[in-house]
Design a protein around this ligand. Structure first.
Ligand code: XBP
Ligand code: MG
Length: 251
């Protein structure tokens, strides 16, 4: 196991409720009488990429898509401003186990990377507080909506991260929260651990190495789903064990 590749939204942090709030704040600011509730947003999340999701909604709302395309980017830029304002200054904590696992990887000289469909601005707002202004130096590769236009489930962001790392997909482990993300990582051949969120818990995760509620902490154990299996947390030793098992399964 040579590298860990992290998705961002729903994986590093449970961000989608803040994205939803930011979309609704943008609609109010531009005078659109739309309000996306969590049930609708859960369905809309099947479309990866905020711009693509918004354009899809113009169509669903039976509006002339031509109108949608012209104002879409402007509304999405306003949404991004609202999202950044909400998460800047550490407004959103990492999910259990994320900071611990990244620190473990760094201590073991295992590179960590980011493969996301969100924007560089969202990344900056989310990561500059926990990792400081030089947060980008903590990641050996970062692919996002600024580097890759094809969104998940396209494998593009993962293929570009692997190219930048100079590693084979089978030598890495990806962390994802959604079916789109799992499909993207699997299409790139990367063994993938899924940590679900309220928005994605009903997704299909066939092909995942493991599907967990979160990565756990010594003080916040992962409840065991199997009788007499020890509850615990995912550390590098666990990942190495799962990774070796995945390699032997493929062999
Ligand atoms: C999840 C997404 C993103 C976010 C919204 O990204 O699909 O589009 O929902 O962010 P990830 P943007 O691959 O990190 O799970 O509006 O910036 O797209
Ligand atoms: Mg995600």
């Amino acid at each position: 196991m040579q590298a860990l590749i992290f998705d961002v939204d729903g994986t590093l942090a449970d961000t989608e409720t803040v994205h939803l709030q930011a979309f609704n704040a943008a609609f109010a600011e531009v005078g659109l009488d739309w309000f996306w509730d969590e049930a609708l947003y859960t369905r809309l999340l099947k479309v990866a990429g905020g711009k693509e999701r918004l354009l899809h909604y113009w169509h669903v709302a039976d509006l002339d898509e031509a109108d949608g395309a012209s104002v879409n980017d402007a509304v999405h830029a306003i949404k991004t401003r609202h999202y950044a304002a909400r998460v800047r200054d550490g407004g959103l904590p990492f999910r259990p186990g994320i900071a611990r696992l990244i620190a473990e990887a760094e201590a073991a000289a295992i590179p960590v990377a980011i493969a996301t469909t969100t924007t560089p601005a969202d990344l900056d707002a989310l990561l500059q507080t926990p990792f400081g202004p030089a947060w980008r130096t903590r990641f050996a590769a970062i692919c996002d909506a600024g580097t890759n236009h094809m969104k998940k489930p396209s494998p593009d962001v993962y293929l570009d991260v692997l190219r930048q790392l100079g590693l084979k997909s089978a030598d890495c482990i990806a962390f994802e929260d959604s079916a789109n993300g799992l499909r993207a990582a699997r299409a790139a051949g990367v063994p993938t651990v899924v940590t679900t969120t309220a928005y994605t818990s009903q997704d299909n995760f066939d092909g995942a190495l493991a599907v967990l509620p979160h990565l756990g902490e010594p003080h916040a154990l992962i409840p065991s789903s199997v009788p007499d299996e020890q509850p615990g947390w995912v550390d590098l030793a666990t990942l190495r064990h799962w990774h070796l098992h995945a390699l032997t399964e493929v062999a």
